[in-house]
Design a protein. Structure first.
Length: 700
């Protein structure tokens, strides 16, 4: 990798940004000028010529998808892990450009290292939860016939299109990476269009990703400026994701080509998120202080430019003034200015245009409220040669009658602005929270479990995420406004009705689900895993003696038999301490629905393991889990059990260290039957199995 491919640090010369299309950086004449939000300095030009949308989409479909599908879920997860490492090594470049977005160091950390951490999180989740190959079986299979020869299940496969990601200006790094990670894992090439105001940072990120030499060609492309005729060229297999205003989301959804082709749109729009103080919380309680801290943080981090920021503060009416006063006191400590100065605790809005929009929105809110904390009376911004047109101190608005003030539930000032309003009782507070007609997140500050249990039904109906913050959670809480990779990010109604993140759920958004039907043999062929009733692969060699590469789906062992005795129950009870009456009380057992004493379920598992485990050292390293365990029929004294162990599924785990052969995960189907051939226990066991070339345990 040539160092000249790494993006330059910002300097005095204005940088002309470029589209990255079909593996090339397309230079163009300079267009719209982009300015720093902190200092009076022009830093970049958008390209004057629009990106060639049709060429980009064709390249992604023809070259990007093919390159991605040369790998599989597991290999793409390894690439994500390596990419995260590379970006961390070059994060200083991202921080240098992030300064100009108006961000403090903390703001930049959330955007940059939060985005990189999302890549790592998705790599880890994929390596744990996704199979080898490019097909995900969504089981279990179900029998559709009386004889078990007609079955059905579901699979997910990569779509044959492009994931078009249209992003907002507020998170130019995280916004790209949190969408890229799941679509990349799914094997779907991406075309990214960041918002123009902070596109210079997004371009630096994509240049780094290109310079890493890790991404298959065509798996990621970048277009800047206007989206032009992009939507006109999208096809049925494509996916459109959007982050931004609710109005723009509506326009995208209603685009004639999007409607005609039924192209999925996953939108995450602005919302009027609420923080609600529990009616039992009083000044001085831990939950009171936690709410004050959270409100101030959400108003000032990223200068309030967060889709999850708190916009409406709901407080019992008799504590309305006290809460407003507590928040105002903390806001008075906020200092706006040059974020390189230690005294500065809040940065700027992303552009002068954004600052004008926020002031205009605040004026609309003031038609039904009044200023409690006036931003124009705050301490002046500090620093030299400041771009003060981008700077706005926090504004706390005070709405005495939220029932009549419809505007406070409809207008979002996307900056350091929030409105505090009173509620009469809990039901009134919950009703006010719902007035926004769908939000990304609500937070409830309460230590009362009964109250929370009641409130959750109302809040969950209108919010994509609920954060219940109290003294017990305070030490570890990530707060109201932090979307996390493992949890859904999105909300109903006004918030867009979409879902991002949420762990492997996000990967499934970019896969096509299909129901499949066939015989067990055919289902096994389609899904790449064994289904009961499919042909078995007989072998003289015990399956546990085979290395990962040598195991075939369907390799099976039928064990010898074992008869359960009175002594087995007594000894297992003594070892486990389990003296449940069904195992030891003859009279009580006779009176039960079973009519006799039965063996411990876990004794049946232990006895089955004794039947199929090979005792000698070998490639099977460890059993680390049991899935789908069911005790189907009781086993009594005198019954004889037998187990069938079958290789059900294999997941190849690429080695993280050069020179190591590595290991894979093998899921084994275990069916335990009695002397009548009836199934008594059913489960999967998961084992780590060594590959050839490196044995952790010497073979005899």
């Amino acid at each position: 990798m040539a160092s000249t491919r790494l993006p330059a640090l910002p300097g005095e010369q204005i940088k002309t940004l470029a589209h990255w299309i079909a593996g090339h950086w397309l230079s163009a004449d300079p267009g719209t000028t982009l300015a720093s939000a902190i200092v009076r300095q022009q830093i970049a030009h958008l390209p004057a010529k629009p990106a060639p949308c049709q060429e980009a989409l064709d390249f992604a479909r023809q070259r990007g998808r093919a390159a991605l599908l040369k790998g599989d879920f597991q290999s793409r997860a390894s690439i994500l892990r390596a990419l995260a490492k590379f970006l961390l090594e070059h994060k200083a470049t991202l921080y240098a450009w992030s300064f100009h977005t108006g961000a403090t160091r903390k703001d930049s950390w959330i955007d940059i290292e939060g985005g990189i951490a999302t890549l790592s999180a998705y790599a880890a989740m994929a390596q744990q939860e996704l199979p080898s190959g490019n097909l995900l079986h969504e089981g279990p299979a179900i029998s559709l016939g009386k004889k078990g020869q007609w079955m059905g299940s579901h699979i997910l496969v990569p779509r044959e299109g492009v994931a078009v990601h249209i992003n907002a200006f507020n998170f130019p790094v995280w916004g790209i990476l949190e969408k890229f990670a799941p679509s990349f894992l799914a094997g779907m090439p991406c075309l990214v269009k960041p918002a123009s105001a902070t596109a210079y940072l997004s371009e630096v990120l994509v240049r780094l990703m290109d310079a890493s030499d890790l991404l298959p060609q065509g798996s990621l492309q970048l277009m800047l400026g206007s989206s032009g005729d992009l939507l006109d060229h999208m096809l049925e297999a494509d996916v459109l994701t959007f982050t931004g205003s609710a109005e723009t989301a509506r326009l995208l959804r209603s685009h004639p080509n999007i409607v005609q082709r039924s192209i999925p749109v996953n939108a995450e729009a602005d919302s009027l998120n609420a923080a609600l103080l529990g009616p039992e919380v009083q000044p001085g309680d831990p939950e009171w202080d936690l709410m004050v801290k959270e409100v101030v943080q959400e108003m000032t981090v990223k200068a309030g430019q967060k889709c999850t920021a708190i916009r409406r503060i709901l407080v019992p009416q008799d504590r309305f003034d006290a809460m407003a006063s507590s928040i105002a006191k903390q806001l008075s400590l906020i200092q706006v200015g040059d974020t390189r100065l230690e005294a500065v605790t809040m940065g700027a809005l992303a552009s002068a245009a954004q600052a004008r929009d926020v002031r205009a929105q605040m004026s609309q809110l003031l038609s039904a409220s009044e200023l409690y904390v006036d931003p124009d009376k705050a301490s002046p911004a500090i620093g030299e040669d400041l771009h003060t047109d981008c700077m706005l101190a926090p504004a706390l608005l005070y709405c005495a009658d939220a029932d009549k003030a419809e505007v406070v539930h409809n207008i979002e000032a996307f900056g350091p602005v929030a409105t505090i309003m009173p509620y009469r009782d809990l039901e009134h507070g919950l009703a006010l929270a719902a007035r926004a007609q769908g939000s990304l997140v609500a937070s409830l500050f309460s230590h009362d479990t009964a109250l929370v249990k009641h409130a959750v039904l109302n809040l969950a109906a209108w919010h994509g995420r609920l954060a219940v913050i109290d003294r017990d959670a305070a030490a570890e809480s990530t707060g109201h406004g932090s979307p996390l990779p493992g949890l859904k990010h999105g909300g109903p109604g006004r918030a867009g009705g979409g879902e991002e993140l949420g762990g492997i759920r996000a990967v499934k958004h970019y896969l096509q689900r299909a129901a499949i039907q066939g015989s067990p043999r055919m289902l096994s062929a389609m899904t790449g895993e064994y289904h009961r009733g499919a042909p078995l692969v007989a072998s003289d060699l015990h399956p546990f003696r085979r290395h990962f590469e040598d195991l075939e789906i369907g390799h099976s062992l039928l064990t010898h038999r074992r008869t359960v005795t009175e002594a087995d129950l007594v000894m297992f009870g003594g070892i486990s301490g389990d003296y449940f009456y069904m195992h030891f009380d003859e009279e009580a057992a006779k009176a039960s629905s079973f009519g006799r004493r039965i063996a411990h379920g876990y004794f049946v598992l232990a006895a089955a393991a004794g039947l199929f485990v090979h005792p000698s050292p070998g490639p099977v390293l460890a059993n680390y889990g049991i899935d789908s365990l069911r005790f189907v029929k009781p086993v009594g004294i005198g019954d004889t059990i037998q187990a069938r162990l079958t290789c059900k599924r294999k997941i190849d785990k690429p080695s993280r260290n050069a020179g190591e052969a590595g290991q894979g995960v093998v899921a084994w189907d275990v069916a335990v039957s009695n002397q009548a051939g009836e199934l008594v226990a059913s489960y999967d066991i998961l084992t780590l199995v060594q590959k050839r070339g490196f044995d952790a345990i010497a073979q005899p």
